[in-house]
Design a binder for this molecule. Sequence first.
Ligand SMILES: Cc1cc2nc3c(=O)[nH]c(=O)nc-3n(C[C@H](O)[C@H](O)[C@H](O)COP(=O)(O)OP(=O)(O)OC[C@H]3O[C@@H](n4cnc5c(N)ncnc54)[C@H](O)[C@@H]3O)c2cc1C
Ligand code: FES
Length: 285
Amino acid sequence: MNTIIEKTRLSEDVYKMVFQAPYIAEARKAGQFLIIQLDTDFGERIPLTIADADEQAGTITIIFQAVGKTTRMLGDLNQGDSIANVLGPLGTPTDIRRVGTVVCVGGGIGVAPLHPIVQAYKQAGNKVITIMGARNKDLLILEEEMRAHSDEVIICTDDGSYGRKALVTQPLKELCEQGIVDEVTAIGPPIMMKFCAETTRPFGVHTMVSLNTIMVDGTGMCGGCRVTVGDETKFVCVDGPEFDAHLVDFDNMMLRQKAYKEQEQHADHACNIGLDVRTPQGGTK
Ligand SMILES: Cc1cc2nc3c(=O)[nH]c(=O)nc-3n(C[C@H](O)[C@H](O)[C@H](O)COP(=O)(O)OP(=O)(O)OC[C@H]3O[C@@H](n4cnc5c(N)ncnc54)[C@H](O)[C@@H]3O)c2cc1C
Ligand code: FES
């Protein structure tokens, strides 16, 4: 089960993996994610978006950036290896309707979770304008796939090595000024999503963001992923991951994301919740 069928390196630290998960492939919808655990012996559980699925073949695709211990371990797996635990599909699917012109904004690895959403908006009969941003040309992913599902693609790089030398908020503002935008979805680093929200706010354009808070159980029981949306506390794993960008308290979310910075710097951190746990061999750890 969960056997890796295909592994491709998309850029220096970004991998695409296709693996067997027939039940998830059948059930998943745009916007949903998985929780993956590689080391079943108290290993970290990490959320990754379902970037694509093939119902017939019974496979799903993930695209991930190797940023820390678990994503690096995942990047070291190869075709034929298995992913120990995969839980999903989790999260509320994206509310896809025919609204007219939708602008989809993806920053960095945020282009991966944006991919199924762009596909679904196009299939629903919308005009889709995709804005993709990266620090430089080499870090840009999924350009061909995004062009296949978008009416127009605008590429921005921070250093001007490809497309426009601009932040993604610049073309977003220009499109809003033309008065042609009915809805926006933005996925990327929290700071990018915050500024996309501030860009569309004065124009009153409904804007959705997909939040990447720290997640632990992914089932709404641990409280790890809580975020303030309007006057309410929401759990991103079950109430989201998508929310109205104009209501999200991004500053509080960014503060909470830094909570485990120190532990993350130690690559061998493991969650034992400070308990004595009995092992199958009769000992404790
Ligand atoms: C709903 C959702 C969908 C996501 N989809 C993707 C995706 O498609 N591709 C992708 O590359 N990344 C995605 N991420 C981010 C991904 O979960 C983190 O990069 C990953 O957890 C890092 O783990 P690590 O052990 O390699 O790194 P660590 O060294 O442990 O952490 C590096 C950074 O990753 C984040 N992180 C760590 N653990 C978690 C956790 N349990 N939950 C959430 N964030 C964490 C933190 O911001 C941390 O600063 C998604 C996150 C969420 C919440
Ligand atoms: S991850 Fe535990 S409540 Fe959401």
